[in-house]
Design a protein. Structure first.
Length: 414
């Protein structure tokens, strides 16, 4: 029997309901901040990621789902969406007049990763990007939106970690210091770090190997090398977050894996997910639009993993809150026509009701309803038809009472 491809999975049932709830919440919160949805193709030319995420990154180095299509184009199933969004902005000349552009996206991403709990080869992200504004105020606004989104999902144990990675101009001095630090204890670092120290020394700080993390004790910190403007920017953001009551901690090791970050880098961790698990990653990437061939436009954004968020929601809240609708069970031919017209009326009023159309007996219908976790069985037999009522059975409580037909919508809404 055929199975889903390794690392991919089907979404249905409780998990799918959480995905829906999360996506609905994201759309609502992002829209009220003035962010518009964008959908870019899953396939992009490989250059889009080589030039943005960077050739020295793990994503580009080992994790890309890439292939030649039938026309001989070297394409990639997108590993993330920021690069695609920027490519679209440039292609459609949406950044030419200096107006801010606020965008969000929801969709599947693909990385050829080793399988672990909560890590998949096809996974989903929600992200928001703000183009055209370089101020710490825009970062605060964007983070407020992120936290409103997480709060509306009922998440509480959240830690915001922030850092400034400065600008390309102030990084060489820091790179020199970290290289010297590295060379003095070279043998304690992993092979990947030896490669990283040449290609992009900042990435050594990102290494997850415990030995490397230990060897990093006392390393030079980027915040000591910031230019004056970056220092002021960072101070202002911290001031704003404090005034807005968004708690944060500074993490000088937080550099994020991508080449295009400038100044602010941040992560949101959830202690409900276990120690190492970042839920959200983001930051400022003022250099990227120009780097991909567009105008010089500052940008700030984040991406959140929907899969982990859904796991977290399930842990915190259990069953998805969208209860299965009531089931209307007609008994007999007359009742089955009446049930169709009644249901039509209730559907038109926006009620969620499922209809038993198999013509099975009551016992069978109730057994299925119980298996599906339906809340109410509304039974419509000859005597109910005559009286203008349904026998409403609360399947959880096992109780039953008569509801006049015209009261059904109000009673279900309660
Ligand atoms: P990144 O784009 O690597 O900064 O990741 C942003 C977020 O996407 C992470 O914090 C995770 O929640 C999620 N994520 C990244 N890779 C995967 C994966 N392979 N499976 C599931 N979620 C992922």
């Amino acid at each position: 029997m055929a199975q889903a491809v390794k690392g991919t999975r089907d979404l249905f049932g409780n998990e799918m309901k959480w995905f829906q709830r999360i996506e609905d919440t994201a759309r609502r919160v992002c829209s009220r901040h003035g962010y518009e949805e964008i959908r870019t193709p899953i396939l992009e030319e490989i250059e889009v990621f080589k030039r943005s995420v960077g050739e020295s990154s793990d994503i580009v180095n080992k994790e890309m789902y890439e292939f030649m299509d039938k026309g001989g184009r070297h394409v990639v199933m997108r590993p993330e969406n920021t690069a695609g969004v920027v490519r679209a902005m440039i292609q459609h000349k949406l950044l030419v007049n200096n107006d801010p552009r606020l965008l969000y996206y929801i969709g599947p991403m693909f990385r050829y990763e080793r399988m672990q709990a909560g890590r998949y080869r096809q996974f989903w992200q929600i992200g928001a990007e703000s183009f055209g504004v370089a101020s710490p105020e825009s970062e605060a606004e964007n983070l407020m939106m992120l936290f409103a989104f997480l709060r509306e999902l009922g998440l509480k144990h959240l830690n915001l970690s922030i850092n400034s990675v400065g600008t390309p101009e102030c990084r060489p001095a820091f790179h020199k210091a970290i290289r010297e630090f590295f060379q003095a204890r070279e043998e304690r670092f992993c092979e990947d770090c030896h490669r990283r120290i040449e290609a992009n020394p900042l990435r050594v700080l990102d290494c997850k190997v415990p030995g490397c993390q230990a060897a990093l004790a006392g390393h030079p910190v980027i915040t000591d090398y910031l230019d004056e403007a970056s220092r002021q920017h960072h101070a202002r953001l911290k001031e704003l977050l404090t005034a807005l009551g968004i708690p944060f901690e500074e993490n000088p090791r937080l550099v994020r894996g991508l080449d295009y970050y400038t100044r602010t880098a941040f992560e949101v961790l959830s202690s409900d997910l276990g120690a190492q698990s970042a839920l959200v990653g983001g930051g400022r990437y003022d250099g990227l639009v120009k780097h991909l061939g567009g105008p010089e436009v500052p940008a700030f954004g984040w991406a959140i993993g929907l899969d982990r968020l859904a796991i977290l929601m399930q842990q915190l809240h259990g069953e998805a809150p969208l209860n299965p609708p009531a089931l209307l069970i007609p008994l007999g031919e007359a009742a089955s026509l009446k049930a169709l017209t009644l249901a039509q009326d209730w559907w038109d009023q926006g009620l969620a009701i499922q209809l038993e159309t198999r013509g099975v007996n009551l016992k069978k219908a109730l057994t299925s309803a119980n298996r599906q976790g339906t809340r109410f069985a509304l039974i419509l037999g000859d005597s109910e038809l005559e009286k203008g009522v349904v026998a409403a059975r609360n399947l959880g409580a096992g109780t039953q009472e008569e509801w006049p037909l015209e009261e059904v919508p109000a009673r279900l809404r309660n």
